[in-house]
Write a protein that binds this ligand. Structure first.
Ligand code: GLA
Ligand code: ZN
Length: 682
């Protein structure tokens, strides 16, 4: 099933709405619906954090207010995404069942408070969640306005309680087939005499105990993901047991490293996420690039359209500085999600809280309470634009290029001591590699490294420190069949247990790359080297590039150097190389180079492969993206600079949104054109 089969034929527009905070203010609830209609809102998310209002005492259920709310919204043409309330529990639950509260890594138990403070192993918590979820499902399973289930809220964090310790040991026993020697080998416990003789001795990582046993840390993180997935499954089973048939989603977060989203996404029907970029802090085009990467990563989790579940119509109140969005930014940010494959623009939140920690968080309806505010007007405007874009809903993004990421590899690499404890800059490298391709006006998929590579022309594998079984083979096969691979320094270092590979590196890929790594030099912050054209090479004419942080020294065995180091004892040694392998080519970048190198490299590869950009001559500061429904291509051009930009709109384009070909600051132009072959190909 895809979103087209699961959701209405329109973009969902709306966001989180918390009537439980306003039950004593009936006039406000009435007026809100009127205002929502004026803003063209068609969907709200209800029930996130409503547990105390739904079950004020154990087994006393008070759903009437929620039912009335859903009905009234429905009568006003507004659908509901229904949340399960497990993200925050009522006081009585924590008092009666203290085991539901989390234990920190230092083994102290949390008090009741905040949210997302639950033990995902606790049977008592699971029982109460089972009860309320199945009751909610019984009530709303057949409601025509309830579109989908939003399970919990932003799953995150970990628990080190005795129940979780026991579950962890059980999980390890399964993983190592009950063989403690296998675990000792995988974790290399002979180091510092940490050998286990029984699974019962194992404790989760702790600052008071083992914190630098990398294999333990890695397996703990895997366990946290597995246990969260198990809890999520439990929540969904309760919904299904209550008769719910609507699709499920979880709202994921921006660059969250506590869980492996690749694993979690498998449990739900649709991926959604919460996007809170720091607009207007530095260049917005940079912020747009990073946000675009996250959108593409969310799309890549299921290789399908996703939902933008939360975003802020004004400014969130948890950034260091609550910067107001400049005129146009609200629509620009929402349409960026759509351009990258979202089938919704949802806000947090519709009505601003009156008290507590989010009272100053931006909302569509603020404390003033009326429609004559700039934010409300801009929200209403975006609602009407989304209406005109309806034919695009559920269309797909097709990309000729993919960037691979791997959370387990990142966990291991960032936990490893060396080669640069002052940060490896993995995320920044991902952004630079992605940016090279995106800024060459290509759609880019950002996908887990375990994904099939079949249809891509270009695959980039930045800092793929860990190679799972099968990954090197898939990359080899991709290149030998004619693909272009971009691999970088600090790849192919360790296996899936974080044991370093023995033998030449990057492991199992030295023939594909035509080289092997000899050393890696780490630079202090502020230190630089330069990459200059090699004797018979060069990347873009005579250009040279600055590099920082990490510089690998490689020995060539067939690869041709394009750039070489200009300084230090490895001056003259290769820094960017290319190797022909089978029908394809493999590029290897040895150093953390500046962003412009990645764009020059992408453009070189596009020329080599005859790949055309979505749109040629896009001005700097503008982003171009496209979606397709199989017969037409829908092109989005967005201007993230503060000045108007001239956009080369092709003559056969049918304008769907925006006017003329001068795009104002934060403006978006959307046009349709017939699909000529596969996007990205000549
Ligand atoms: C997160 C949460 C919301 C709200 C917003 C505020 O995304 O899911 O409940 O706290 O942040 O930005
Ligand atoms: Zn626990």
């Amino acid at each position: 099933m895809n979103t087209a089969q699961m959701l209405p034929e329109e973009f969902l527009y709306g966001g989180d709405y918390n009537p439980e905070q306003w039950l004593d203010y009936p006039h406000i609830l009435e007026r809100d619906i009127e205002l929502m209609r004026k803003a063209h809102i068609n969907t709200v998310t209800l029930g996130v954090f409503s547990w105390a209002a739904l079950e004020p005492e154990e087994n006393v259920f008070t759903f009437d207010w929620l039912e009335r709310m859903v009905d009234r919204l429905h009568a006003g043409g507004i659908s509901t995404i229904m949340a399960t309330p497990s993200g925050a529990r009522p006081r009585w639950l924590a008092e009666k069942y203290p085991e539901v509260l989390r234990v920190r890594e230092d083994r102290t138990r949390e008090l009741f408070g905040a949210r997302h403070n639950h033990c995902y192993t606790s049977g008592a918590y699971r029982d109460r969640v089972q009860m309320i979820n199945s009751r909610l499902a019984q009530t709303f399973a057949d409601h025509p306005a309830v579109l989908m289930w939003h399970v919990s809220n932003e799953y995150s964090g970990e628990c080190h309680c005795p129940l979780c310790q026991e579950a962890f040991r059980g999980w390890l026993k399964d993983r190592y087939d009950g063989d403690i020697d296998a675990l000792n080998h995988a974790w290399w416990t002979a180091f510092w005499s940490h050998t286990y003789t029984d699974f019962s001795q194992i404790e989760s990582p702790s600052s008071r105990g083992d914190s630098a046993l990398h294999g333990l840390n890695l397996d703990w993180k895997r366990f946290v993901t597995a246990q969260t997935a198990d809890f999520l499954r439990h929540e969904i089973e309760a919904l299904r047991a209550g008769g719910a048939r609507q699709p499920t989603t979880i709202n994921l977060m921006d660059d969250y490293t506590g869980l492996d989203y690749g694993r979690l996404a498998k449990e739900v029907d649709i991926v959604s996420w919460d996007s809170y970029p720091r607009w207007h802090r530095g260049a917005d085009a940079e912020t747009a690039l990073e946000t675009g990467l996250q959108h593409d990563l969310m799309r890549g989790l299921k290789e399908a359209p996703f939902l933008l579940m939360e975003s802020c119509p004004a400014s969130p109140n948890w950034h260091e500085v609550s910067k107001a969005k400049r005129p146009g930014m609200l629509a620009c940010a929402g349409l960026q999600a759509v351009a990258h494959g979202s089938d919704s623009v949802q806000f947090f939140q519709i009505r601003q809280s009156r008290g507590s920690s989010e009272k100053l968080h931006g909302a569509v309806i603020d404390h003033y309470g009326g429609e004559d505010t700039r934010v409300f007007r801009e929200a209403a405007q975006l609602g009407s634009v989304l209406g005109t874009l309806e034919p695009l809903a559920h269309s797909r993004v097709e990309a000729p290029a993919a960037v691979l990421w791997d959370m387990e590899s990142r966990w291991a690499m960032e936990d490893a001591q060396g080669p640069r404890n002052a940060r490896l800059h993995y995320h920044e490298t991902l952004v630079k590699v992605y940016g090279g391709l995106r800024r060459s006006a290509l759609n880019v998929d950002v996908i887990p490294a375990s994904s099939p590579l079949g249809s891509y022309e270009i695959v980039a594998a930045p800092m793929l420190y860990m190679l799972h079984p099968g990954t090197a083979e898939r990359l080899r096969d991709f290149v030998s069949r004619g693909g272009t691979l971009i691999m970088t320094y600090w790849s192919g270092v360790a296996d899936e247990t974080d044991l370093c590979f023995l033998g030449p590196a990057p492991h199992d890929l030295t023939d594909v790359l035509g080289l092997r790594r000899e050393e890696i030099d780490a630079l202090y912050d502020g230190e630089e080297n330069r990459l200059v054209p090699a004797a018979d090479g060069g990347l873009a004419g005579g250009k040279s590039y600055v590099c920082r942080n990490l510089c690998e020294i490689v020995r060539l065995n067939g690869a041709k150097p394009l750039l070489e180091y200009a300084e230090d004892f490895y001056q003259g040694r290769p820094a960017l190389t290319v190797n022909r392998y089978g029908l394809g080519r493999a590029y290897y970048l040895c150093a953390d180079a500046e962003a412009s190198l990645h764009k020059d490299l992408a453009e070189r590869i596009m020329r080599q492969r005859n790949l055309r950009p979505i749109l040629a001559d896009v001005p700097d500061g503008c982003e171009v993206t496209s979606r397709t429904d199989g017969s037409r291509e829908y092109v989005f051009v967005q201007n993230y600079s503060c000045a108007p930009a001239a956009v080369p709109v092709p003559p056969d384009a049918e304008l769907l949104s925006g006017a003329g070909n001068v795009l104002p600051a934060y403006g978006t132009l959307v046009f349709a054109r017939p699909l000529a072959g596969k996007p990205g190909r000549e």
